[in-house]
Design a protein around this ligand. Structure first.
Ligand code: NIG
Ligand code: FE
Length: 412
């Protein structure tokens, strides 16, 4: 049996807290301590108050003096399973072509689809492992991961099986999302209705039957799936017992996020062009906005989501990387936090809340992860930084001493 783990004398122990109907808050305990037994946090408080019983047990102790201790990040929107990379498109964008122009000429997601279809499950798994290691090395202990580069029954199932296998063999936890409606694949360009029927009548039932995904997502944008098409797909997913999410308002403003809110979506993601009416709908239906400023930054765009109005409306805004081979190669949540501060005018404190407890809410895991509190999973990062502001301030640098994942010390 594993001995208890005590982390003590943390200069600052960050405790994000969820409160219903609000953005959340960050409580900070100075000279703080956390006690973990097996994979669970069993005690949190000031070092001087650690119950002596714990210290009497044969425990492993980490002295975190001069360190900051925080929950692991939850990166709640990623596309980490792909084959091949798209630096040729990056060159095209540097020369002035837009993401949308490249997509419409057959590149973008469709390029990644062609590549993924040639790869075996084994190859996809091997390619993904270093990516998962990189998430952990920058403090991310749980990710949400989407399919969406298969776009045929076999290839979507292949991606979701890879995600399932990775979840079993890698310390990082992965929440699987089915994104069969990510694009129209090459062979369905003139038969869009047939592809939508395939997603609704064959893919969704199979994914639900094999329990390969928790969520179903759709890329709702006028050159991809329309609001009506997205609604039909998401309704089918709900009927099959999946929870729903949407990519909406990334490049243009539509009624997509508001539609998903009225259907009962857990989150609406991107929202760069969302207007005040959409913000109102998200609030009314309790939808988590997941903002992805890394994609705006990496695509060289300037229209960021209006995080301030969402936070001021007391929406529990989350932030995530959107890691994928096309629109955002960033895997680091600290970088996303920096971009959120610089371009969306979030405060450093808000970025901690948005990338931990609120992100956990956006994947329905707020009872299990996203904060340092009793009975939560022991996913803890020990940072070699002096205070909470330093993480996004120190742009491009990540100073992590130790990662504790499920109560196991991974890095010393
Ligand atoms: O979230 N918006 C749609 N999907 C991804 C991009 C995927 C890709 O370009 O490969 C995104 O940005
Ligand atoms: Fe995405």
């Amino acid at each position: 049996m594993k001995n208890p783990l005590i982390i003590k004398h943390a200069q600052k122990l960050l405790c994000p807290t969820d409160f219903h109907g609000g953005f959340g808050q960050l409580d900070i305990i100075e000279d703080g301590a956390v006690v973990c037994r097996k994979d669970i946090i069993v005690w949190v408080g000031k070092t001087s108050d650690i119950p002596p019983d714990y210290e009497n047990e044969n425990c492993q102790v980490i002295n975190a003096s001069n360190k900051l201790v925080a929950p692991g990040f939850v990166d709640c929107h990623t596309h980490p399973i792909f084959s091949g990379t798209r630096e040729h498109e990056f060159v095209m964008r540097c020369q002035g072509k837009s993401y949308r122009e490249i997509a419409e000429a057959g590149g973008g997601i469709r390029y990644s689809v062609r590549m993924l279809r040639t790869a075996s499950e084994e190859e996809l798994l091997i390619d993904a492992i270093p990516r998962l290691n990189r998430f952990l090395s920058t403090g991310t202990t749980t990710i949400e991961a989407k399919s969406g580069y298969g776009l045929s029954i076999d290839n979507e199932i292949k991606m979701l099986r890879v995600i399932r296998k990775l979840n079993e063999i890698h310390p990082i936890d992965i929440v699987p999302t089915f994104l069969g409606a990510h694009e129209l694949p090459d062979e369905y360009r003139d038969r869009r209705r047939d592809y939508i029927d395939l997603v609704i009548h064959e893919m969704i039932p199979m994914v639900a039957e094999e329990k390969l995904a928790v969520f179903c997502d759709v890329f709702c944008e006028d050159h991809v799936f329309t609001v009506n098409e997205s609604e039909e797909i998401l309704q089918a997913a709900l009927n099959a017992g999946l929870k729903i999410k949407i990519h909406a308002d990334q490049l243009t403003s539509s009624h997509g996020a508001a539609m998903a809110a009225s259907l009962g979506a857990v989150s609406a993601d991107h929202l760069d062009y969302s207007d005040s009416n959409t913000v109102e709908q998200l609030k009314q239906h309790g939808v988590i906005p997941v903002l992805l400023p890394g994609a705006v930054f990496f695509l060289g765009l300037s229209h960021y989501a209006n995080a301030r109005s969402m936070i001021d409306s007391q929406l529990p805004v989350a932030i995530a990387t959107d890691f994928n081979p096309g629109s955002c190669t960033i895997q680091s949540m600290p970088l996303i936090a920096s971009i959120s501060c610089i371009y969306m005018h979030m405060t450093p404190t808000e970025t901690w809340i948005a990338s931990t407890i609120n992100a956990a809410k956006s994947v329905c895991l707020e009872q299990k992860i996203g904060s340092l509190s009793v009975n939560k999973q022991a996913d803890i990062i020990i940072w070699d930084i002096p205070n909470e502001n330093f993480m996004p301030y120190s742009f491009g640098n990540t100073s992590i001493d130790n990662v504790v994942k499920n109560g196991d010390l991974l890095k010393t």
